[in-house]
Design a protein around this ligand. Structure first.
Ligand code: CO
Length: 211
């Protein structure tokens, strides 16, 4: 246990040296500021490290992660990240990236009481309720689980579009594309769900704000 912990600072020093060997200005440049073109909203799961799986360097991805990559429009942390990404950093893309085998989504399919987290999981259960007709038809549990992961990502893409922040940006004709991806922890590959939103068109009228 101690060995794992002690190794971390050592790893960090090696990482610094590796980067400096490749590019002596690496940290000087990063310290100047950031202009990432991408906001990533992903799951906290330790197996889905945002930068690593898309080969992005430091400075390229602004990241928000929580359990089951949820976009909860009363979550002040998510909203602050989104606001900063859209209005200050002017990101061009927002990617919601879920993953097959997600523990949060799995919990939402079941009835076990875990603790405080039950209240967070409830948001995922709402997604099940919106799509129960499709999901309940899938007899194979693993297939139903996979589809639930995908539908959850699609719903979060829609929920992002509904935020006042994205509504405002689109109204000002700021170009922002919102994408939905699912990462497969079994082979490392990303499945683009092709649910990209670029404007209000596919959003139910009740969610379209006249700003
Ligand atoms: Co997860």
């Amino acid at each position: 246990m101690e060995a794992f912990y002690n190794k971390l600072i050592e790893n960090n020093k090696e990482w610094v040296n590796r980067n400096l060997a490749k590019d002596p200005e690496f940290f000087t440049r990063l310290a100047d500021g950031q202009e990432p073109p991408l906001l990533w909203i992903g799951c906290s799961d330790s197996r889905v490290p945002a930068n690593e799986i898309i080969g992005a360097a430091p400075g390229e991805v602004f990241v928000h992660r929580n359990i089951a990559n949820m976009v909860i429009h009363t979550d002040i942390s998510m909203l602050s990240v989104l606001d900063y990404a859209v209005n200050v950093l002017k990101v061009k893309h927002v990617i919601v990236c879920g993953h097959y085998g997600c523990g949060g989504v799995k919990a939402a399919m079941g009835n076990s009481h875990i603790g405080l987290i039950d209240n967070w999981i409830r948001h995922i259960k709402d997604v099940y309720r919106f799509h129960y007709e499709e999901l309940d038809k899938i007899e194979n549990e693993k297939e139903r689980f996979n589809r639930f992961v995908e539908l959850n990502v699609s719903e979060q893409v829609l929920d992002l579009a509904k935020t006042s922040i994205i509504q405002n940006a689109w109204k000002k004709e700021q170009q922002i594309h919102i994408h939905g991806w699912v990462y497969d922890i079994h082979d490392g590959l990303i499945n683009d769900l092709n649910v990209t939103l670029k404007d209000n068109k596919s959003l139910n009228e009740v969610y379209q704000l006249s700003i």
